[in-house]
Write a protein that binds this ligand. Structure first.
Ligand code: ADP
Ligand code: ZN
Length: 722
């Protein structure tokens, strides 16, 4: 008889054995439906020797598999990637598998689905909810549930609008094919240096063997054009390419740029997709029909039929690290996928991470450099503004030098960008009478004032409260004051200084969909905006030739936390935002406001000597045995029950194995001591490179038990220390 080991799409379950009924073909990788108690679950057949089960069941007690899905089996390289990810990041294999099969509807047959869209008719009875729904839905289309989510109303409101004729059903074909990109559609004339870099990528794609590349070139040097040549080579070879971007907001401009180069849009994959789009994309990826996929990190685990190239754009970005669920780093995991698929992978960045530079030094990654901006465009001059010498007037945030530069830029009809990585109006609100501070009841965090929507908001748990009329503590009226600036407050200051200059705030609050991003880009390109005030969302990817001034409002902000990558991150972020200036024929200027002009990172930015900064940072890490020279893992213990959390954390601390090559710090209350109502404690494991720290942690935690209310999560190679 024939048995099959199956990994079910359920993180709580290990692999289970089933009988393969007569006449069914189930091989490793087959996507099957299996019974579990009274339920039916989807799972994937696995090689038993690679997925040991601790519950061996005799032949006579096995249950039959129910069916095999009509979808290509998961290929061996993807199965190896799932095993590796589960092993390395100490995550249940079922949780990793879910990332490869995120769309249950993708597995169902059925050629059409009913979606809904607005008809343009305004119903006679226009309640505020109906008005909000129609406004937010605009020209979008989706299932009732999806539209309700977009509009932030109940399903009943959408159905009511449908009855009233304001929304109509449309039948959508699920599997319309994607058109093929044309590698020769509009190939640019590359410079000699670009050509040399592009040739390395085309050779590697043609060789179809594992090779990580670091594509290192200043912003505007043509990195995108050059890796597009690698993509073109993969298309010619009939293979698929995957391009990962750090933010969904970047997909829209990227899609357009891709279409200009290759004649058609690539296949997009991100959390903003509707169910029907998700299904269509998944099936096209699995069948090999989707030749180029561009997406957020979750696109990494999809079952590409024949992958030929992976590109990670802005590879240094910390947003490639997933901070919930399976806490994997998409950059590092992508390199592993490249290894299992035996294909090249390109990490593109103007400021490669210290971890990545180290791999180059070790000779594991090949460095490909683009030394200059394309077309003779000059990198902008970066100047520091010493806020101690040249302070803004009281209650203001822009120093006179920066204000003057904005004025000059306006006079020339050019655009300015002010960067401050803080959403909302003010990060803290307090009562001037009694000093009461507005804190989130669920988190160790202040409530942030958002004046545009007249709300206080917690940026950790999303709690939203109306600003009270009186202080809740001392009942004083009109006593609340905003402390510190957010982008909305800077926008107010700009409005007061330059009332006639059209401005835009760009944050995740204003650019919450690819369509909104497209609208912003169009307005910038039409020169309808003179001053942009934005968070890190605006620092990447955009190419606005008329943008010639960048002001960094608070360069010290990122250094405050003080974790091991703070200075490096600040350097990357400011270099990145500075790279938005002067991308066309007009030269750019950058001003960086700081209280500490002598900080090494500020000096490096101003002098343009990034290399010595990196050398010094790397040396510091080396001495401390910090990554990439040593290894770290964070163990976070959390519970709604404060006592249970602290007791479990202590138990873990007490039972820490005594190993020469490893040191355990803590437990200690986490900086975010409370998050979403859960009390949090942290331990930090610091180990030598040579130690298999995952194995140690597996054995250590595996021998312990804790109450059901407690959650223990392990973050291998942590990027967040909160
Ligand atoms: P990066 O990705 O390094 O920031 P891009 O690839 O975006 O650089 O290039 C910057 C700008 O220069 C883009 O508008 C791009 O189209 C243009 N560009 C770069 N190389 C060429 C080339 N060889 N021919 C024409 N335009 C180019
Ligand atoms: Zn909160």
């Amino acid at each position: 008889m024939s048995r099959a080991r199956v990994l079910l799409l359920n993180p709580a379950l290990g692999p289970l054995d089933y009988r393969v009924p007569y006449g069914m073909t189930a091989e490793p990788g087959s996507i099957v439906v299996a019974p579990l108690g009274p339920r039916q679950l989807t799972g994937v057949v696995w090689e038993p020797e690679r997925m040991p089960s601790d519950a061996e069941v005799g032949d006579n007690r096995l249950r039959n598999l129910i069916s095999v899905h009509d979808a290509p089996p998961l290929a061996a390289p993807l199965r190896r990637l799932i095993e590796w990810t589960s092993d390395y990041y100490l995550a249940p294999p079922g949780a990793v598998l879910r990332m490869a099969l995120p769309s249950s509807s993708a597995l169902e047959s059925g050629r059409t689905v009913l979606e809904y869209r607005a008809t343009g008719l305004i119903p006679d009875r226009l309640t505020p909810q109906r008005a909000q729904a129609l406004e937010r839905i605009g020209d979008r289309q989706g299932l009732v549930r999806e539209l309700a989510l977009i509009a932030d109303v109940s399903d009943a409101v959408i159905r009511g609008l449908c009855k009233a004729g304001a929304i109509e059903p449309v039948e959508v074909a699920l599997d319309t094919p994607f058109p093929e990109p044309d590698p020769d559609h509009a190939a640019p004339e590359l410079t000699a240096e670009q050509r040399e870099a592009a040739d390395r990528f085309t050779e590697a794609v043609e060789a179809h063997s594992f090779q990580p590349f670091v594509l290192d070139g200043v912003t505007g040097s043509g990195k995108t054009e050059v890796y597009f040549e690698g993509v073109a080579a993969a298309i010619r070879a009939g293979r698929q390419s995957l391009v990962l971007l750090p933010e969904i907001a970047l997909t829209e401009p990227f899609l357009r740029r891709f279409a200009t180069r290759f004649g058609v849009l690539p296949v997009a994959w991100h959390s903003g997709l509707r169910q029907s789009q998700r299904r269509r994309a998944w099936r096209a990826i699995a069948s090999g029909e989707a030749k180029v996929v561009v997406g957020a990190r979750s696109a990494l685990f999809l079952p590409y039929r024949d992958l030929g190239l992976i590109v990670i754009d802005e590879a240094h970005e910390a947003s490639f690290k997933q901070e919930d669920g399976v806490q994997y780093h998409a950059r590092d995991t992508a390199v592993m996928r490249g290894h299992f698929e035996d294909i090249p992978i390109i990490l593109a960045s103007a400021t490669p991470a210290i971890e990545t530079r180290h791999q180059v030094e070790l000779g594991r990654y090949e460095e490909v450099k683009l030394p200059a901006r394309f077309g003779g465009a000059q990198l902008p001059e970066i100047a520091a503004i010493d806020l101690l010498q040249d302070p803004p007037p009281r209650g203001h945030w822009l120093a006179p030098t920066l204000v003057k530069a904005i004025e000059e830029t306006l006079e020339r009809g050019e655009q300015s960008l002010l960067f401050l990585n803080r959403r909302g109006y003010a990060p803290l609100t307090l009562c001037r009478h009694c000093g009461h501070r507005f804190q989130c009841p669920n988190c160790t965090a202040w409530l942030v004032e958002h004046r545009l929507i007249h709300r206080l908001q917690c940026h950790h748990c999303g709690l939203i409260a109306k600003p009270p009329e009186v202080c809740p503590e001392c009942k004083a009226e009109d006593s609340l004051v905003a402390c510190g600036p957010g982008v909305e407050r800077i926008a107010d200051e700009v409005a007061a200084l330059f009332p006639d200059a059209p401005r835009a705030i760009v944050t995740s609050d204003t650019i919450w969909s690819p369509a909104k991003a497209a609208e912003f880009v169009a307005r910038m390109e039409a020169n309808e905006i003179s001053i942009v005030i934005g968070t890190q969302l605006v620092t990447k990817g955009y190419h606005f030739p008329n943008l010639t001034l960048v002001g960094v409002v608070d360069a010290d902000l990122g250094l405050a936390g003080g974790d091991l990558r703070a200075a490096e991150r600040t350097f990357q972020q400011i270099a990145q935002v500075a790279g938005r200036a002067g991308r066309g024929s007009k030269p750019g200027r950058v001003f960086v406001q700081t209280h500490d002009v002598n900080a090494p990172v500020i000096q490096a930015l101003v002098s343009g000597d990034g290399e010595s900064f990196y050398t010094a940072e790397t040396e510091t890490r080396h001495e401390a045995g910090a990554p990439p020279f040593g290894r770290m893992a964070a163990i976070v213990v959390s519970s709604e029950n404060a006592q249970a959390a602290i007791e479990t954390a202590r138990l873990i601390g007490k039972t820490a194995p005594h190993i020469d090559q490893m040191h355990v710090f803590g437990p200690a209350p986490a900086p975010l001591a409370m998050l979403r109502g859960r009390h949090r404690h942290r331990l930090l494991v610091h180990a030598r490179r040579s130690l298999d720290v995952q194995d140690v942690i597996r054995d250590w935690l595996g021998a312990l038990t804790w109450p059901g209310s407690v959650r223990v999560s392990v973050d291998v190679d942590p990027y967040s220390f909160l």
